[in-house]
Every structure is written in C-alpha cells, then in structure tokens.
Design a protein around this ligand. Sequence first.
Ligand SMILES: Nc1ncnc2c1ncn2[C@@H]1O[C@H](COP(=O)(O)OP(=O)(O)OP(=O)(O)O)[C@@H](O)[C@H]1O
Ligand SMILES: [Mg+2]
Length: 501
Amino acid sequence: MTPPLFRVRRLRKEFAGNAVLRDVDAEIRRGEILGLIGENGAGKSTFMKILSGIYEPTSGTLELEGRPIAFDSPSDARRAGVSIVPQEFNLAKDLSVEENVFLGAELLKLRRVLDRTGMRVRTAQLLAELGANVSPQDRIEGLSAAQKQLVEVCKALAFDASLLILDEPTTMLTRREIDRLFALMRSLKARGMALVYVSHKLAEVKAICDRVMVLKDGELVREAPIAEIEPPEMARCMVGRELREIFPPKRKAVGPVVLEVRGLSSPGAFTDVSFTVREGEILGFAGLVGAGRTQIAEALMGLRPSSGVVRVGGKEARARDAKQAVRQGFGYLSEDRQGSGILTGFGIAENMTLVSLRDYASLPFVIDRDKEVAKARTWRDRFGIKASNLAAPLESLSGGNQQKVFLAKTLDPGPRVVMVDEPTRGVDVAAKQEIYRFLAELAAKGAAVVLISSELEEIIGMCDRVVVMREGRIVGELEGNHVEEREIMYMATGLRTGANA
Ligand SMILES: Nc1ncnc2c1ncn2[C@@H]1O[C@H](COP(=O)(O)OP(=O)(O)OP(=O)(O)O)[C@@H](O)[C@H]1O
Ligand SMILES: [Mg+2]
C-alpha cells in the first residue's frame, strides 16, 4: 500500500509547559478533503501551524510520503509542497495583491530579473477562478476583509502544493464566494491534492469533507468518514455533551423605545435610514455583504460622518467619536476584530476592561487590578475563554477565544444599546449558544440589541423583528412569523420589497 501523503506520530506541542497538542497520531491522504473540527482552543491551528512549518513540535515526528521530515520555516514547508491559508491574515498592508501573493517567493525571469508580467498574470488568473472582485495591482490596505481572505487563498494556491491547509477560510465570505471556493477545492482534490479544512461551520464540513477529525483539548477524540457523522454528533464530540436548543426562547414583551434613528445618511454608505429598537428587543439587520449594515453601526458609534437624528432614551445622541458614543450608552462589537480593537502586548484582562476603564479606577488614574481581574474571571467563565492565565497576551489566544474577549470588552460597560456585528464568527458551537443566551439576557434586562449578521439562521433564531438592507437602504422589515429565510433573501437581493418599505 502506498503511504499517506502526510503522517504525524505522537505529535506534541507545549507552550511554556502547557500541552496544547497531546501526542496526536493522524494521517492525511491524497485526493481527500479532511475536516478538522474542535472547540476554540482545542489545538487545530497549532496542529496546522506545525504541518506548515510555522511552529516546531515539542516532540513527535512528521512523515511525508513515508519519509521523516522536519521543517525549519514556512518557506521550507512550502518547498516541500505545503501551503496554508492562515486563520489570521498575514498580508503586508502597503503592498499590492500580486506582491503579497509572491512575497518571498518572487517569480524570476532568466534567473535574476523579477517576472512581473508572469506574477500579474498568475495572480489575475487565480483571482478570476475565485470570482474575487480584486485586481492584482490593488493595495491590500483598501480591501475589505472578504477580499483579504480571498487574497490569502490566492497566495496559498500560487505554488504547486500537494497539501493545502485552509484554517477557517470562509468566515468573511458570502455564500456565493464560499460556493466558488468549494468548487475550486473539489477540483484540486480531483487532481490529487490533499486538503485540510478547519471550520466551525459544521454544515460546511459535512458538505465539503470526505473525512473528519475531532480535536478536544489537544487530543484526537474521533475520526470518521463523513457519511458516518452528522453535524449534531460533530458538535457533541467537540464539546463532550449534548447541545440542544442553540437559540434561547424569544420573548414577546418589549418596553419603550430606547434607540430611535430618523433619516440617517452617510455619503457613499447608506441613505435615509430610519428605525427604532425597544427595550428588551433584538432587532436583526440582514442583507448581503456591502448592503451598508456595518456602516450604520459605525455612524452611530461616531466612527463615520453622518447626518440625521439619533436618540437614545429620548435624548439626542449623535456621537463625534466612539468614546462619546459609549458615554451615550452604545456598545459596539465591530466586525473586523483583527483590524481594530486588539491591544497587542496587553493581557486579556486589560483588553476586556478597556472600554469601561473608568469603572475600575479606585482613585483617579489608579486602576484597581483586583477588581479588573475579578471581572475578567467572570467573563472567562461565562464564555468559556480558554487561556493559561488572564495576564497572557491576547495574541497567544486561539482565534475564537480572542473573539470572546472582544465581546466581553463590548459588554463590560453595560450598554443600553448593544450593537453586535457578526458576533459568533469563528466561535465554537457551545460558545455560540452561550453568546445567544447572553444577548437574550441583556435584552431581558432592558437593553436594546441590534444584531447584524450574515448567518440567516442566527437572525431567524434570535430576532423578533428584522430589517433588510440592500445597497445602502432599508428595503423591508419582517416581524414574528414572517421572519424567515426566503422572505429575507427575496428582499436582500431585490426580488421583492417589504410591506413596510
Ligand atoms: N503562541 C502561543 N503562545 C502560547 N499559547 C498559545 C500560542 N498559540 C496557541 N496557544 C494556545 O494553544 C491552545 C490552542 O490554540 P489553537 O490556536 O491551536 O486553537 P484552535 O483549535 O485553533 O481554536 P480556534 O477555534 O479558536 O481557532 C490555546 O489554548 C492557545 O491559547
Ligand atoms: Mg484556530
């Protein structure tokens, strides 16, 4: 029998004595897509970083086609045929797309001259194959998160790889972009490539993978051909218990209007937007990516210029900047957590209490660290944040755990108007359930909650009322039993306008 493309034996990784991968044995075969799932912090990215030469294992061995191999660096791994689309983007902001795609591995003509045309053509080809609306000469800086994600995929595909690792590549993508990526993955598989797909979207794992492996606390706890495992069981293996009812029951009773927005416009982003959110209500914002939902939240937070009327609890609340917006009662979890909001070099506790810092000052300018840590502990337990300790730098947390810290940071000041943009992106199913419960509780305690999400399931599961946006305008509103997928999609794509529009 031919050996598998890759085999790892007793692979182990420790950070400062903490084992995060515990003697994993696994194999990856040609011509298959292997799904790798597990809770936030289970060790998925760490495992993949070892395969792609980013981390060295503490112990254990790697074999490529039956021969032992060790990688000194990512470029070393790339030469051996391993490419990775990392969970956290790794792009040089001030370079162009094509420069990024070939960074450190530029194509040469006659061995010494940069082959600019060759690189441009190759990049354009890959972008077209992905259906990415990006030009090779665009600078990274000006790209949206989705576009950056597609550039990372291009970068991984620019070289002939025998193993392609995709670590949560679809978190920022729309349905259509995901379908394109999946089509591409299938054709690569048909050409004999091995692919590893890391994701929290279990339905996607079911749709695209041939086999699935479940990591739990650094150990491989389950492996199965995809035909033998359904998403609910995947979830159970990941968290070690049955997960029923992901969404909390909806509440009917709502109170007076908390947030009132009238005729709000922001040039180039959205026009004449009016809506209200009541005490105890969760209002959903649905629409295609680029419909202007995020920009509304940014305008309310004073992060982008706008005109119109905004009132919180009847009081004028047009903020000039985010600080003022927080004082006026707004809390905002932005969509692009990687780009903003992260205080590198600072600990988890410090990051969590950043917005509400004043509450932790016992005297002016003196931060009560004990209080801060106590609060951080509460958040950690609430969301199941996995970290060696609360002083650990944020960068050392897994992607999903960083996400939870951002959410804690948004909620810590106890805002009256809570606006969350894609709040469960990259978090595991158990944490998702906890976040949903938490948002429902906030509403029950009297907050007005605005949920912006591309996951229709989430909108439908959580919201009493949904506003649908298209091209910068509100095109419809649905309530109660009318909140359902087909209606939302019709409105979002312009096939139908809503009764109240
Ligand atoms: N550079 C590092 N230093 C210290 N600890 C780290 C480092 N990188 C990862 N860890 C820890 O290793 C554990 C596993 O992290 P990893 O990123 O592999 O998780 P994951 O399964 O990819 O999770 P997620 O679904 O959230 O992306 C986490 O507890 C994390 O805090
Ligand atoms: Mg990860």
